[in-house]
Design a protein around this ligand. Sequence first.
Ligand SMILES: [Zn+2]
Ligand SMILES: [Zn+2]
Length: 184
Amino acid sequence: MNAFGGPFAVSTHELARRPGESRHLNTTVLAPQDLGSDIIAVPLDGPIELDLLLESVLEGVLVTGRVRTMARGACVRCLEDVELPLDLSIQELFAYPERMEAARESGAEDAEERMLIGETADIEPTVRDAIVLGLPFQPVCAEDCPGLCPTCGERLDSDPGHRHEVRDPRWSALAALTEREEKS
Ligand SMILES: [Zn+2]
Ligand SMILES: [Zn+2]
């Protein structure tokens, strides 16, 4: 009957329809597929720690807490591996179906709101949104990563002082440009 289950399906059995009740949930789940971008993502089956408070409110069950995990990717400047710890806050109301319908009929549709399925809250979309939005578009290995040498492609961080023989200073800028173009 339940179309979904799995680690992100949180039971609210002892909370539903009992406003004022609450319980803590501390658990570690494994990351689903495609949790991020090509540049940086939480690897498949990487551990995600959930530290949540489930509160029974009139409209449904309110889930508040933190999501902690490790993302992996590559520095956009020097292509070194990057490990990025994430510690994100989430909050989402899982409404009772009839509350949602009542809200819709009164014209106060809230597209953000999610719904309880039976007594279960599927928190995967909430966790996914938090992580995807929490990832940087341009991950770097260090804020001041100097990137790659435009002339030879060496990581400048491992050899900051290295130089290339400059032919004619007037043409060196142009030469560097041409070399870069030849590379790409
Ligand atoms: Zn870097
Ligand atoms: Zn160089």
